[in-house]
Design a protein around this ligand. Structure first.
Ligand code: NDP
Length: 281
């Protein structure tokens, strides 16, 4: 039976250390500040934003919440981003995705000052990750790596399969695994024989958004399995991996919920604290 990679416990540890670091920064005259922008009333986004605000409060960070109506135009949103870019109290800016269809997401993300881009989605920060000089690593991929690190996973020369190639999860995770010297395969919706590809993986990261797509018997005995997926099935939240069956074969596995989710917020806080430190030079 696999050992659990407990994201809730690890996130608590990370946040405990951050709280001390925030207190030290405040003594030096810098209160790390996070601005969160929410456009519209997507209920899931509203939950994420509330939880980010709550975590800021707990750790002593300043937070600046901007909740805008769904009808907000592109120009108005860009003007707010400009304002936040110029505000010295704001070290990190997060525009909650998805944005309404009327707004071009990429244009907005590119407007954020890359030194305040704590989500790590700005092309400059993604490019830096690609060339091995990361500034802000996107929060979910950073959380995935922190969980694997905490599980003392052996990376060098191992085969890592990342299922999903999104800009916010799959692609950055693959870069990070490559930087740890894994041999990385990126799988996606056009991949042939996905089951066979996953069967050869020492490390599996599933970031698809399809409930229990990865079956238990696809998991190589002794593999490390990180499940990023969050899928609502009736009243339950389930991941992209069939947890019970996969846990029979894996050496390490993350639960859903309580795995990658809590780590994502912890990494956002860590990026915001790093952004504040950047201003100290
Ligand atoms: P996207 O929808 O942007 O990307 C999904 C990826 O999965 C795509 O690359 C797609 O391939 C691939 N895919 C879709 N169907 C299949 C299939 N049948 N077989 C193989 N690959 C497939 O999703 P995200 O990356 O944004 O999110 C993925 C999951 O992670 C979601 O459940 C999301 O809720 C969750 N998530 C969790 C977070 C957390 O904090 N825990 C944070 C962010 C996301 P193609 O490119 O070919 O279309």
């Amino acid at each position: 039976m696999a050992e659990l990679m407990d994201g809730k416990a690890l996130a608590k540890e990370v946040k405990r250390a951050l709280k001390q670091e925030v207190a030290q920064l405040i003594e030096q005259g810098v209160t790390p500040g996070l601005a969160v922008v929410l456009v519209g009333e997507d209920p899931a986004s509203a939950v994420y934003v509330r939880s980010k605000t709550r975590t800021c409060k707990r750790l002593g960070l300043a937070h600046f919440d901007h909740v805008l109506p769904a009808e907000t135009g592109q120009a108005q949103l860009m003007a707010l981003v400009d304002e936040l870019n110029a505000d010295t109290r704001v070290h990190g800016i997060l525009v909650q995705l998805p944005l309404p269809n009327t707004i071009d997401e990429a244009t907005v993300l590119e407007r954020i000052d890359p030194r305040k881009d704590v989500d790590g989605f700005h092309p400059e920060n993604l490019g830096r990750l690609m060339i091995g000089e990361p500034r802000f690593v996107p929060c979910t991929p950073a959380g995935v790596m922190r969980l694997l690190d905490a599980g003392n996973v052996d990376y060098v020369g191992k085969h890592a399969v990342v299922v999903g190639r999104s800009r916010i999860v799959g692609k950055p995770v693959a870069q990070l695994l490559l930087a740890r010297h894994c041999t990385v395969t990126m799988a996606h919706s056009r991949t042939r024989d996905l089951d066979e590809v996953v069967r050869s993986a020492d490390i599996v990261v599933a970031a698809v958004g399809r409930a229990e797509l990865v079956k238990g018997d696809w998991i190589k005995p002794g593999a490390a399995v990180v499940d990023v997926g969050i899928n609502r099935v009736g009243e339950k939240l389930v991941g992209d991996v069939a947890f019970e069956a996969a846990a029979e074969r894996a050496a390490l596995i993350t639960p859903v919920p309580g795995g990658v989710g809590p780590m994502t917020i912890a990494m956002l806080m860590e990026n915001t604290v790093s952004a504040a430190k950047l201003t100290l030079g």
